[in-house]
Structure formats: C-alpha cells, structure tokens
Design a protein around this ligand. Structure first.
Ligand code: KG4
Ligand code: ZN
Length: 353
C-alpha cells in the first residue's frame, strides 16, 4: 500500500509518500519562514498564496523521489483541518483533484491525528497510549485508544506551549520561529537566574495554563532591560530563556506524571507516554518527559524531531491507518478551520457503520 500525503495547514508546504509497512519513500517540506519572518509570525494570506504557488511542483517531486506513478497509489491523504483555512483549501483542492483524476480513495485527515499517530510510523507501538500533544496551537493530554478514538484527559485553558515559546522568543528579540531559538539560547543560560511561576502546578486535574508564565517572562525581560532590546545583555537573555524552558519542563513533567497515574488506573497499564507536535522536537523537554515516564515504570516514545514539526509523512501515515479501516471520505468533504480530535470518534463510528 502507498499513500500520498499533503500538508498545507500552516506555514509549511509538504508532500510525502508513505507505504503500508511504514516506509517513508519521500518526505518533502518547503518552509515559508523567509516569507513570514519580516512580520514576526505567520500571515494567513501570504501562507495560502505560497502554498498555491508550490504545491503542484512539490507533489511532482515527491512522486518522482518515491519512484511511483499516480495509478500505483492506493489513496490520497490531506490535512482537511484544523488550521489556517486558506492554506487548508489549497491542499484539499489539490488532493481532491488528484483523487478525481486518478479515481483514487480520498482521505480527509485531521492534522492533530497526524501528530497523534506519528509515533506508530515505522514502529510496533500498540494502542492504547498516553499522548502529550504540544504544538504551536495545541497543548493536550489524550488517551489514544485507536484510530479516530481519542479521549481528552486535559488541555490548556489559555495559550499553547509552542505559542509561549514563540512569544518568549519575540520578547527577547530571538527571531522567528521561536521554539528552536529559545532552545538554543537556553542551552547557554542559567535557569536559576530568574524566578518564574509554574501555573497550575500541584492543582487537581490535568489542565495547563501558560499565560501567567508568559506575562512573568515579559515582566522579567522588562526589569532586566531585555524587552525588545536588540542590545540587551546576551547572557541575561540566555538565562531568561533557560528559566522559561525549565519552568515549562516542570509544568509538563508534573502534569504527565499525574496523567500516567490516571492512565494506569483507566487502562491497567503503565504508559507508554508518547509526545508529539512541534514542541516535542525540544531536547530538554524530551529528557524531562523521559525521566517522568521511567519513574512510572514506562518509557517515553518520541518521534524523530523532523517528524514532530509539521510534515506530510504524518498525514500520509494517518491516511494509511484510516485506509486500512476503510475510513475513506467523500469528495464533497468540507475543510474545517476548527476540528477537535474528540469529534473524530463519532465520525469514524458512523462511517464504519
Ligand atoms: O506542530 P508544529 O510544527 O505546528 C503546529 O501544528 O502548530 O508546531 C510548531 C510549534 C511552534 O510554536 C514552534 O516554536 C514549536 O512548535 N517548536 C519548538 C521547537 N521546535 C518547534 N518549541 C520548543 N523547542 C523546539 N525545539
Ligand atoms: Zn502541527
């Protein structure tokens, strides 16, 4: 089985071909970073136009690299939401056109399901598992019971973790995208040099909050003369980046430890803990979560960093998983700007019969 995957929901135009055995035959990601950098964030209109300019050529290149022709494909999978809707339209229309032209099954993939199933790509990871999904727009703890079957255990009540990384980078003038820049600075800094809060720590439940931490970082940056100051002391910037990253690590570690206990009670097994989404590329956070998983008698499963940030291999793989279960979609499937993972369960159950 071979599936072509297309991803255009944010600022990466991506196309990939993945087999049923989990072999990645091609995985191309075209970043629009340079186009958005002058604005300090993703501009939806620019993103949509850029996807439109590049998607055809990228699909062609992915197919050539995979060494297969369209008639040999078993399905076309595309991110149909959630995301910036202009970009999503571009990917969905491209995928529908290919599916129609070659009479291939069409698979409308939820971007978050792509992240959620990535850990199974090329591995023998079985359901259920505990998932920490941490990206630019999301921060959730989920019990993954199967394809299309997600039970939300907790989530952020305000900002996403990736957003907090991006804001911190912006405040410190570290550029865009923020996550990798903060991680690089943090490696040089002393995390104890600033005292930052850990919102929700020790509170009941499994929810997260990052807006208080963001405000505290702004205040600390202002006090230390680092706010929007390109000439601010680089060592102090590194210290603040390190303090921020450590605070995030403390929060994620505590919530995941609690979630592992809840998961063990509900499912009668210790983990495994899987981390996914762009923030999962962060090495410091991976180490923290690995320690938490080991303390619970489990293990952390983290996809390679290139499969944590947005890519089309994860969309093609989610397509493979859905195709295997006969969960194909009609060509009039409407793209969705908002599409919570919990809504998938019902859809899958209805379609399966
Ligand atoms: O999953 P993703 O590529 O796109 C979304 O679906 O949102 O995640 C992007 C987010 C951004 O906020 C980015 O700053 C963050 O992931 N990120 C990181 C790292 N690499 C990417 N955050 C912390 N450390 C990193 N190394
Ligand atoms: Zn993503």
């Amino acid at each position: 089985m071979s599936v072509l995957g297309i991803e255009t929901s944010c600022d990466e135009t991506a196309a990939a071909v993945v087999t049923g055995a989990g072999e990645i035959r091609a995985n191309l990601v075209l970043s629009q970073l340079d186009e958005h950098r002058p604005y300090g964030g993703v501009v939806p209109e620019i993103a949509a136009r850029s996807h439109l300019d590049h998607i055809d050529g990228l699909v062609e290149r992915a197919m050539a690299e995979a060494g297969i022709d369209f008639p040999e494909l078993d399905g076309i999978a595309v991110t149909a939401g959630p995301g910036l809707i202009g970009g999503v339209f571009v990917g969905v229309m491209t995928a529908k056109a290919i599916a129609l032209a070659w009479d291939l099954p069409f698979l409308a993939v939820n971007h978050l399901e792509g992240h959620a199933l990535t850990a199974r790509l090329g591995t023998d990871l079985a359901f259920p598992y505990l998932l920490l999904l941490v990206s630019g727009g999301h921060c959730q703890l989920l019990a993954v019971e199967g394809v299309g079957r997600y039970r939300r255990l907790g989530g952020t009540i305000d900002d996403a973790v990736g957003e907090a990384f991006d804001k911190t980078a912006k405040l410190l003038g570290l550029g865009y995208p923020g996550g990798p820049a903060v991680e690089r600075q943090a490696a040089e800094g002393d995390p104890t040099a600033f005292d930052l809060p850990r919102p929700m720590l020790g509170r009941p439940g499994l929810d997260f909050s990052f807006s208080g931490l963001k405000t505290a970082v702004r205040h600390a940056a202002d006090t230390a003369g680092l706010l929007d100051n390109p000439d601010g002391d680089p060592a102090r910037k590194a210290d603040l980046a390190a303090a921020f990253q450590t605070a995030v690590g403390d929060i994620l570690a505590e919530r995941c430890a609690k979630a592992l206990a809840v998961f063990a009670e509900d499912y009668g097994q210790a983990g495994p803990l899987v981390v996914a989404g762009g923030v999962a590329a962060n090495r410091h956070l991976r180490q923290r979560l690995d320690a938490v998983a080991q303390d619970a008698g489990s293990a952390l499963i983290a996809p390679p960093p290139a499969l944590c940030t947005d890519n089309a291999a994860m969309i093609a793989w989610a397509g493979v998983e859905r195709l295997r279960l006969g969960l194909t979609d009609p060509l009039d499937f409407a793209a969705r700007p908002r599409w919570p993972l919990e809504d998938l369960g019902a859809a899958a159950a209805t379609r399966a019969g």
